[in-house]
Design a protein around this ligand. Structure first.
Ligand code: SF4
Ligand code: NI
Ligand code: NI
Length: 708
């Protein structure tokens, strides 16, 4: 059978399975039974993307069979193969939807199945920073387990996000590979129809970040081709149904690389044969034009962004530096050129060899930097990067910053040869590499000697205090300029963040100081200076210069924004925001929801549903994506009366911002313990109990002017 026939036959097979699944499920549950994947605002995402239909019940699912069948044309033209490939994916989603209609959690522990909107949004920042340079979908088993292990770990260590289907999952399991969304190896499902959950991530990225509209067939294929660097590794012998799905992948711009040579015709850049499994990674990356930044740091353990999400349990731990129990800290200092010896890595105190398994240690990490363009304002920016760098080590976990760090080193990393000085090697290499414009010389001192760490920590605290005083003095009024950030434009082409001292980027990862240092490091990069001399309305944060910048950098998509209003020309969102804030009409207030919160809100909407109201660089008055840190800012919704409007937040979010929020509320309105007046999910999840609580507590929003 020729390739086209195989694809068409496979598409027909998938469709027949979909038809049978719908009939069986309707027989069992009735045509009115609901159907949903949960935790998404995009219905059945693939079907919604390609047909524009909002399917919520089985009868509607049945109705969609007809158009899907209509796309299975069996004309021997390339375009028809592509169309029926997409139809195959939609049929696969129909099968999956039937499973979820019968049981909201159809997959046991082992498989991940549907991915939530929050998970898709979480990918935003690592994608734009190229921490995740691409995605691979591995289908079926590699010839040997050893090859599978090398392949999967090879992708992981290059930062490639790995989805596994069918036999590939069993194989990874046999190899003892740790799987899960946080370590970026996702065992999606045991059947090929689970491929629809992967395409569902792709189309939702297009909805969320690209503002592609439902039903825009061309728009989705174009977005996936241009912005999502994905490809497929399918091991032979290929089943026809897999070939049918492969046609869909190729239609979206994702090349398929296989080791199957039987009845497979090569299509340049799209369908590629590679029988040498050792070369599979290279062939695949080349096919999708993915370039990997290589770092040649000599370390006994792997170092890749995929290990950032890795958790090390007590039982697996060799030792721990825990700043809440024993003195520990990390610090970046600016020094004169003659004071720093480049690449000097010094350890003062004992190394791991002299320590006992499970012990708590003292640890100081001091990085001294000298450079003609170095400024002390960059110290906190570089220092925060220590977290990302150290966390990327396999078998090492890092949380916190300054003197509240916690670093765990696993037994297996110790056994692999990891020692204290390797922190120094890693940090030296990263600082020199990532900040080459300002770091001429760098040396790292590591201290484990307890008395010395205690003494040095006191000195470090004085430096932190000085820095905090400097940060407090940085207000929107006190600085000369703001900055743009257009990093997210690779996914959200018309979005621009304006970053000010009191309003960080909505992803939470770019503060004014970060933007300033990025501007210094990459003068023609994503962070450009925005002057603020032409004031239109200071209370709203409206400036002619800001509008000009927004218009230029959004390529004309937007002509004005205000910095401090949620109602009038609010700042746009790309999709990777940490929090979303929306109007609660009864109380004249707003609610704020963070991405991690999965429950409902008094607006009757989840984070996913609220988040879908805005994004893609479009202005939506009444809804605004923002960073966590912005919540306690005196500029938060200043135009509408400020933080006094906040009436509801999930408890965990409220607790995490309470200290700073209460200080701001005291300073702005003289209110003590303001967060006590803000409701959360333990108090109310509907407007009536919310209103009762707010009246009881005398919440200031009730006295304020209506916002609409
Ligand atoms: Fe994206 Fe804005 Fe964060 Fe820049 S500041 S990375 S544009 S969300
Ligand atoms: Ni790690
Ligand atoms: Ni973004």
């Amino acid at each position: 059978m020729r390739l086209f026939d195989r694809a068409f036959t496979g598409s027909d097979e998938m469709f027949a399975l979909a038809e049978a699944a719908v009939t069986k499920t309707i027989d069992k549950l009735g045509a009115d039974a609901p159907v949903a994947f949960g935790s998404t605002a995009y219905f059945l995402p693939c079907i919604y993307a390609y047909t524009g239909r909002k399917i919520t019940k089985l009868s509607e699912l049945k109705d969609v069979l007809e158009p899907v069948k209509g796309w299975l044309t069996r004309n021997y033209r390339l375009n028809d193969v592509f169309t029926s490939g997409i139809a195959t994916v939609l049929a696969a989603e129909i099968i999956e939807a039937c499973k979820y209609a019968e049981n909201p959690t159809p997959y046991e522990e082992k498989y991940h199945g549907h991915m939530t909107d929050a998970e898709v949004r979480e990918l935003g920042v690592p994608l734009v920073t190229q921490d995740i340079p691409g995605f691979v979908v591995i289908i079926d088993e590699a010839p040997t387990d050893a090859q599978a292990q090398v392949l999967i770990k090879g992708y992981q260590s290059r930062g490639i996000f790995v989805f596994l289907l069918k036999g590939a999952i069993d194989q990874a399991e046999r190899c003892g590979i740790k799987m899960g969304f946080p370590v970026r190896i996702v065992p999606v499902g045991p059947g090929i129809e689970a491929v629809s959950h992967i395409i569902s991530v792709v189309v939702r990225a297009a909805f969320i970040f690209g503002n592609v509209q439902p039903g825009d067939w061309e728009g989705f294929n174009k977005y996936s081709f241009e912005r999502i660097f994905a490809f497929v590794n399918a091991f032979g012998p290929l089943e026809n149904i897999t070939v049918g799905c492969g046609a869909g992948a190729i239609a979206m711009g994702f090349p398929v690389i296989t080791n199957d040579t039987v009845d497979v015709d090569v299509v340049p850049k799209s369908l590629i044969i590679q029988t040498n499994i050792d070369d599979l990674i290279e062939t695949s990356l080349e096919a999708r034009d993915i370039k990997i930044k290589v770092s040649n740091i000599d370390l006994p353990v792997a170092c890749a962004s995929a290990f950032e999400g890795e958790i090390i349990r007590k039982a697996d731990m060799f030792c721990e530096a825990d700043g809440s129990r024993k003195d520990c800290f990390e610090l970046v200092r600016t020094k004169e050129l003659h004071e720093v010896e480049d690449h000097k890595i010094e350890l003062i105190g004992q190394d791991f060899d002299a320590m006992e398994v499970g012990c708590k240690i003292n640890l100081a990490i001091i990085i001294d930097i000298a450079g003609k363009n170095m400024q002390s304002d960059f110290e906190p920016v570089f220092e925060r990067k220590i977290h990302n760098y150290v966390n990327c080590l396999e078998g090492v976990m890092h949380t916190g910053q300054r003197d509240l760090i916690r670093i765990r080193v696993s037994k297996s990393s110790f056994e692999a040869g990891f020692r204290v000085k390797h922190f120094g090697e890693l940090l030296y290499a990263k600082m020199k590499n990532d900040f080459s414009q300002v770091v001429d010389k760098c040396q790292v001192t590591l201290v484990t000697e307890p008395e010395l760490v205690t003494k040095l920590r006191k000195e470090a605290n004085e430096i932190y205090d000085k820095r905090d005083a400097r940060l407090r003095s940085l207000t929107d009024e006190s600085v000369e300029c703001f900055y743009t950030c257009t990093l997210c434009q690779s996914f959200s082409p018309s979005h621009v963040c304006i970053v000010t001292p009191e309003r960080l980027g909505l992803c939470g990862a770019v503060s004014w100081l970060d933007a300033k240092s990025t501007n210094e490091l990459q003068p023609s990069g994503p962070c450009q200076v925005v002057t603020k001399t032409k004031v239109i309305d200071e209370a709203k944060g409206a400036y002619e210069d800001v509008n000009e910048a927004v218009s230029t950098y959004s390529h004309g998509a937007l002509d004005k924004v205000t910095l401090y209003s949620i109602m009038e020309d609010p700042m746009t969102s790309c999709g990777c925001f940490e929090c979303i804030c929306g109007i609660e009409p009864m109380s004249n207030g707003v609610i704020i929801v963070n991405r991690e919160y999965a429950g409902s809100t008094p607006l009757g909407m989840t984070f996913a549903e609220l988040a879908s109201m805005t994004g893609g660089g479009v202005q939506t008055p009444g809804f605004m994506g923002h960073g966590r840190h912005f919540i306690a800012s005196k500029k938060f919704m200043k135009a509408e009366g400020g933080i006094a409007r906040i009436v509801w937040m999930p408890k965990a979010l409220k607790d995490s911002v309470a200290e700073r929020l209460n200080i701001s509320a005291k300073e702005l309105y003289g209110i003590d313990n303001f967060t006590d007046r803000i409701a959360d999910e333990s108090i109310s999840e509907d407007p009536d109990t919310l209103m009762a609580y707010l009246s009881e507590k005398g919440h200031p929003a009730l006295e304020m002017e209506p916002m609409m």
